[in-house]
Design a protein. Structure first.
Length: 406
């Protein structure tokens, strides 16, 4: 769908673009048992000719990955370390593959768009080799996992850290295998494209940026009272959880001390764990859980903060903020892969002192804040708006199909 977390927005935008040219069959499989036919919004279903949805239930855990996950702690980590395949790529029961093949029947597909590495285990087994396949990796999963592991190493312990590093190495191997199968492999930034192409020695890697639907109208912004800073992110995602912890454990108070008129904080996120809710409360951060829309929160804010220390791909939260013509202060990792320039389209900060200085500048100089906000919005319109991304998706598919026809 075109709302929700970054991955779902990216997948939804691709579906919208493809449905304008192709008759689409949508196949959704998930490790989340709560995913059902009712999980597909009507607007998404209306774009497709047929839809097949299945979520993993307790009766479907007869895969190697399912058996490993059912082991007690300790034994589970050792089994995962020894198993030669990434745990995220071995969970689909064989019965599902038979069911999917039967459901697809004798339909002859012109091509397929496969989202994320985990779906390749299905696409490669149920689709004929002759079907041109465009694989959207979004980001480099092995890189993101290794980065998060290094960040969390003190809390993880030796065994879990070793297992995660081993998983990252297995993902590197899996990434190489899928690139050789796909006719095009997409990542969301030029940096990831260069890294993946250099690592795998393959010319089929292409950049497809994340996109954003522009707001229908921009609000008139008037500053009143304390400077209002917004943080947005799915709080069931470890890098966003870490970012909120950084805010609550000192960054927010440090920034507030540097802004003479004071700061009002608002955190908006999906599915926050209880410990984060309590941590935000104690730090005086207003946390809004599972907001049905982000519009009112972007309309409320004077600026947006992105203090990420890990993760992969590009941050749709920055694209959203810039689309709402808000100035953004982000860490280097937070703005990684985006064609936004420091001191022109946004501000980059990595330490408490740098974040405090950046927000002190924005709060004390409205013309500077407005200039950065306008430049960021212009860059979104040029590169990351939905219309530009849709055209790019269709061009990639047309090129892949044309090469296969030769």
């Amino acid at each position: 769908m075109v709302s929700g977390n970054g991955a779902s927005m990216r997948a939804g935008m691709a579906l919208e673009a493809l449905s304008k040219t192709y008759r689409v069959t949508l196949l959704i499989v998930s490790q989340n048992p709560s995913v059902t036919e009712q999980s597909v919004p009507p607007e998404m279903r209306s774009l497709c000719e047929r839809v097949w949805v299945r979520g993993l239930g307790n009766d479907d855990r007869n895969s190697v990955a399912g058996r490993i996950r059912s082991l007690p702690s300790g034994a589970r980590e050792i089994a995962q370390f020894l198993w030669p395949n990434p745990l995220e790529l071995g969970w689909v029961p064989k019965a599902w593959l038979r069911d999917i093949k039967a459901w697809l029947g004798s339909v002859q597909f012109d091509q397929a768009h496969v989202f994320r590495l985990s779906m390749m285990q299905i696409a490669s087994k149920v689709l004929p080799v002759k079907v041109p396949l465009v694989l959207d990796l979004d980001d480099i999963e092995s890189k993101a996992l290794l980065r998060l592991t290094e960040l969390q190493r003190p809390q993880l312990g030796r065994l879990t850290s070793a297992v995660r590093r081993r998983e990252a190495a297995k993902l590197v191997k899996a990434e190489k295998q899928v690139v050789s199968r796909a006719n095009r492999v997409l990542v969301c930034s030029a940096a990831d494209r260069r890294e993946l192409a250099a690592r795998l020695g393959d010319g089929n890697v292409a950049e497809m940026p994340n996109g954003i639907r522009l707001p229908d109208a921009l609000p008139e912004r008037r500053r009143e009272g304390a400077f209002k800073i917004l943080f947005v992110g799915s709080l069931d995602y470890a890098p966003n959880q870490d970012a909120l912890e950084v805010l609550a454990q000192g960054l927010a108070s440090h920034v507030a001390e540097a802004v003479p008129q004071g700061v009002t904080w608002r955190i908006v996120g999906r599915r926050p764990p209880a410990y984060l809710v309590e941590m935000a409360r104690k730090a005086g951060l207003d946390l809004v859980s599972d907001a049905p829309s982000l519009d009112e929160h972007y309309q409320w804010a004077d600026a947006v903060i992105v203090p990420l220390r890990s993760g992969g791909g590009t941050r749709i939260k920055i694209l959203e903020a810039a689309a709402w013509q808000l100035p953004v202060v982000s860490s280097t990792i937070g703005a990684e892969g985006l064609e936004l320039r420091h001191d022109q389209d946004l501000l980059i900060a990595n330490t408490r002192e740098e974040f405090s200085e950046a927000f002190s500048r924005l709060a004390g100089d409205e013309s500077l804040a407005a200039e950065i906000a306008r430049a960021g919005r212009k860059k979104i319109e040029e590169i990351y708006a939905q219309t530009a991304i849709s055209s790019r998706i269709l061009a990639i598919h047309e090129a892949a199909a044309s090469e296969c026809a030769k």
